[in-house]
Design a protein around this ligand. Structure first.
Ligand code: AMO
Length: 435
């Protein structure tokens, strides 16, 4: 069988001029002016022009120009230098293999000047993802996840995969998807929390997971998904949450740096990025309330910060020249049951925020089973529902801590994307379960 592709569009250079190549991709555009037709083909790396000449091969010109846009073809032909074409070359076709004919009309254009509405785009995500900008987001996403693996492995973290079908709620009782598991009731994991902590009792010491979060949150915002991904990490033998925060800020920095190497994709997205300065400032929850009060934003002590309060804080920090900041010493009552208390009212929990959006939460954890059970009861949870988890604390559990760091939230901030749905391939939200 003939090879479908010898070169991608951007891999053709002077060296290939006046030689035969085979290219393949989607027909992005056809301009037919009778004696000559220009066919723009798009592949994973860019576009190229195939120039069909009537005098050269009339049948081929007709075959190509009869094809609907977005059909998939493989074209063999001669590369000719042409300074008038953007790539500096064109391909004079010798033969065409039609691999798939697109139906018409298209539900969504790939290069249309007028942007379709967001729902139409998401309904036809497989076409939406053909756009250069969309591909660029997911190439950068892949790169920064590569940086996560490199950064954490270099520091001795072991990548793990914990269950997503679980017997009790990872983050407490609400916002959980219940499923039937044969004769039993089960849940989709809200996070790997219970398992990554259990692994601290094994001697694995430092673990991380690129995890799925499933959350039945009813609200439909630009920064929430019902299925999202996160870098989840847990480390043992820590003396305070500060050690966890240092890993997190180093990780964010490494990811940001790696994104900075994606020149082509950043150019497509018209984005320049500068690397955040380390260390990120640490501000306590009490300081945050004072800062907000100065802007007439009142928060009841103990409450978590809402979207609007986070936004105002982001503005205040921006004025101080700070994009990334940790909020530390949260009230115990605003943090999950596994968070280590600090005195009576405070906790060793922290959040990492970037320009008014929470990117990560973490803490030092409780590692004494009695205290853990007490905290569960205080928060109205039944320790019996957490048997398997509590067992891991009974036979030797070192002090430990960790964080969950939302990948889509990070991309929103990195690439200045206002809606989180753009940062995941097939978003799940309150009303969207398909595609
Ligand atoms: P938390 O619930 O704060 O903490 O989640 C951690 C981070 O995950 C991201 N995130 C989300 N992103 C999009 N849509 C959502 N619905 C959503 N929910 C969470 C955010 C958030 O900061 N177990 C703890 C982490 C830990 O302590 O290790 C947890 O899940 O970026």
């Amino acid at each position: 069988m003939a090879q479908m592709r010898s070169h991608y569009s951007i891999d053709i250079s002077e060296k290939e001029y006046n030689t035969q190549v085979t290219v393949a991709g989607w027909i992005e555009d056809i301009r037919n002016i009778g004696a000559i037709a220009f066919i723009i083909i798009r592949d994973n790396k860019g576009t190229l022009q195939v120039t069909a000449l009537k005098k050269h091969n009339e049948q081929l010109l007709q075959q190509l120009t009869a094809l609907p846009r977005e059909s998939v073809i493989s074209v063999s032909g001669m590369v000719k230098e042409n300074a008038k074409v953007r790539n500096g070359y064109e391909i004079i076709p010798e033969s065409v293999e039609v691999l798939s004919i697109a139906e018409t009309p298209l539900p969504l254009g790939v290069v249309d000047k007028v942007e379709a509405d967001f729902d139409t785009r998401l309904d036809n995500r497989f076409i939406d993802l053909r756009k250069r900008e969309q591909l660029a987001i997911f190439k950068i996403r892949s790169e920064v996840i590569g940086a996560v693996h490199d950064y954490l492995r270099e520091r001795g973290f072991l990548e793990v995969h914990t269950p997503n079908i679980i017997p009790s709620c990872s983050e407490g009782g609400t916002d959980v998807f219940k499923i039937r598991y044969f004769e039993k009731e089960a849940y989709l994991a809200q996070s790997p929390q219970l398992y990554k902590q259990s692994l601290m009792a094994t001697g694995f010491d430092h673990v991380y997971e690129i995890a799925w979060y499933f959350r039945a949150e009813e609200h439909n915002t630009r920064r929430h998904l019902n299925e999202s991904t996160a870098v989840d990490l847990e480390m043992a033998f820590i003396s305070s949450e500060e050690e966890v925060m240092q890993i997190l800020e180093g990780l964010v920095n490494a990811m940001w740096l790696r994104a900075g190497t994606c020149d082509t994709e950043l150019a497509v997205l018209n984005r320049t990025i500068s690397v955040p300065k380390l260390p990120f400032p640490r501000i306590t929850y009490d300081d945050v309330l004072t800062k907000l009060a100065k802007r007439d934003v009142q928060v009841t002590w103990g409450a978590d910060l809402g979207i609007e309060e986070e936004r105002v804080l982001g503005d205040i920090m921006k004025e101080e020249g700070v994009d990334f900041y940790f909020i530390t010493r949260y009230p115990l009552e605003s943090k999950p049951f596994y968070t280590m208390p600090e005195g009576e009212k405070l906790s060793r929990g922290f959040d990492l925020e970037c320009m008014g959006v929470e990117l990560a939460s973490g803490s030092q954890r409780i590692h004494h089973v009695d205290l853990l059970m007490k905290r569960m009861k205080t928060l109205g949870l039944d320790p019996k529902d957490f048997d398997f988890y509590l067992k891991a604390f009974r036979y030797g559990m070192p002090p430990h801590g960790g964080f969950g760091f939302g990948i889509e939230r990070f991309l929103m901030r990195l690439l200045d994307i206002p809606n989180i749905r753009e940062c995941i391939l097939f978003p799940r939200d309150r009303t969207r379960l398909s595609p």
